[in-house]
Design a protein around this ligand. Structure first.
Ligand code: 5AD
Ligand code: SF4
Length: 450
């Protein structure tokens, strides 16, 4: 019998990469590889990498330094770099890091088994062509048992925000086949999954032969009403009324929209090529709140984009105050070679970026605290995910709006149940609650569709 090879994969960056790692493992399992959880006993070590900011890349350079030691101990170990950094740095990764055997970008994952074979016989492999059509529709991703799954419904991005490397590392936008996505959700439903998140750089431009993202969400939600459906990311220019009504009409479509604003200044938004104004953005938030009562928002914000003044920065704080986001991902601007913004110069000093970012983080923390206080004494339906991180005597789960809730353990409650709780305490990051009852969620709707 030939020996099966063990593969270990480590994932950096966004959820898109998490989904891609599952695809890669799906491809390798089909070729007879087995999956291992540690680098030490692996025959093949793959890093699925991120290039979005310089610090993401620096972390991976550091990790490659550690892996060098494993390779020295066991020189037959194959080491591969996948993902955005592979696409961006290409052959230079192999030239500079001698222990790297393969470099494979996001559209060439089907070739990984072939590259690994070559690497076992001492050859280096590189596959970094981008494709206009590859969507890996026929690949069944390898997924551990669990409650939540990430499903990528489109690849690439055509928006060309001037700060972003993604259009260069992940190529042109393309949508996956509608029916293959629905089939994937059916399989997850049969396996007992309770939550799926549909992923794309800009899901609102999803289109498969005239079926748009709202159609996809409605069909996804109808597969199994016990499954919560989430999605990310929406671009403020493309969020349609149809989509908002679809969320409002389907109880298991979560009332939560990640809508990156990036900056509060129209001048900066223009330089970023974001193609909307703050007026448009705020109107959209108002409209969504009318159509979907109680909807939550999160955002992405960049501090210190080229030419940003302190006054521009204050407009960002102002928008945060107006919207009162439930959560925010907040970053210092990082100049990325090859992007349009790179040519604008990186003229905001590191100190100013740090100061502005800290102000943004502090403000968001106080807003999150304030928003969470309004939930005191309200009832929430929580999907139970497991023990609380801090104590085995408590369970943790999430609300529809993606907030973590901690409540005392109860014999009747299992992981994967939906429970009704009453919130009794709230910090900026966590809600604490009393258990009320086990819920059959979306019951009315199940009756309607049965
Ligand atoms: N510098 C800082 N943040 C960035 N993002 C994307 N590119 C950069 C960059 N060059 C942020 C944006 C985006 C999120 C995924 O990452 O806010 O929405
Ligand atoms: Fe994801 Fe963007 Fe990072 Fe690539 S560069 S892994 S698309 S966040």
């Amino acid at each position: 019998m030939t020996k099966t090879n063990n593969v270990y994969i480590e994932t950096y960056g966004c959820q898109m990469n998490v989904a891609d790692s599952e695809l890669v493992l799906g491809i390798l399992k089909n070729k007879g590889f087995s999956v291992t959880e540690t680098a030490d006993n692996a025959d093949v070590i793959l890093l699925n990498t991120c290039s979005i900011r310089d610090n993401a890349e620096q972390r991976i350079h550091g990790r490659l330094g550690n892996l060098k030691k494993i390779k020295e101990k066991k020189p037959s170990t194959v080491i591969g770099v996948l993902g955005c950094m592979a696409e961006r740095l290409r052959i230079s990764l192999i030239e500079e890091k001698k222990m790297v055997d393969l470099v494979v970008g996001p559209d060439e994952y089907r070739r990984i088994p072939e590259f690994i074979d070559q690497a076992f016989s001492g050859e280096k492999g590189i596959g970094v062509k981008l494709s206009r059509t590859e969507t890996y529709d026929d690949i069944i991703p390898y997924r551990e048992e669990g409650l939540s799954a990430w499903i990528s419904v489109m690849r690439g991005c055509d928006k060309f925000c001037t700060f972003c490397v993604v259009p260069f590392t992940r190529g042109r936008e393309r949508s996956r086949n509608f029916d293959s996505i629905i089939d994937e959700i059916k399989i997850l439903s049969e396996r007992g999954f309770r939550e799926v998140t549909l992923l794309g750089q800009n899901v609102n431009s999803y289109n498969d032969n005239g079926r748009d993202f709202a159609d996809l969400l409605a069909a996804s939600a109808a597969v199994d009403r016990k499954i919560r459906v989430r999605f990310t990311t929406s671009h403020p220019q493309d969020l349609s009324d149809k989509l908002l009504y679809t969320i409002a009409e389907n109880p298991n479509l979560c009332n939560y929209i990640h809508l990156p604003v990036q900056s509060g200044s129209d001048r900066i938004l223009k330089l970023m090529n974001r193609t909307y104004t703050i007026e448009h953005y705020l109107n959209l938030i108002d409209k969504a709140r009318k159509i979907i009562p109680g909807v939550s928002f999160s955002t992405d914000i960049i501090a210190g984009f080229p030419t940003e003044t302190y006054e521009d920065h204050l407009t960002t704080l102002d928008v945060m105050q107006k919207v009162k986001y439930d959560g925010a991902y907040m970053f210092k601007y990082s100049a990325r070679e090859g992007t349009k913004a790179y040519k604008m110069g990186d003229d905001v000093s590191e100190e100013a970026k740090t100061k502005r970012l800290n102000e943004i983080i502090d403000l968001q923390q106080s807003i999150s605290f304030e928003v969470n206080q309004t939930l005191l004494n309200t009832e929430e339906v929580v999907l139970v995910e497991g023990n609380s991180k801090k104590s085995d005597e408590f369970l943790a789960g999430r609300t529809d709006s993606n907030k973590v809730v901690i409540f005392p353990k109860n014999e009747k409650v299992k992981v994967g149940d939906y429970v009704k709780v009453r919130i009794n305490k709230a910090t900026s990051a966590t809600l604490f609650a009393d258990f009320l009852s086990i819920e059959i969620p979306y019951e009315k709707d199940i009756a309607k569709t049965a």
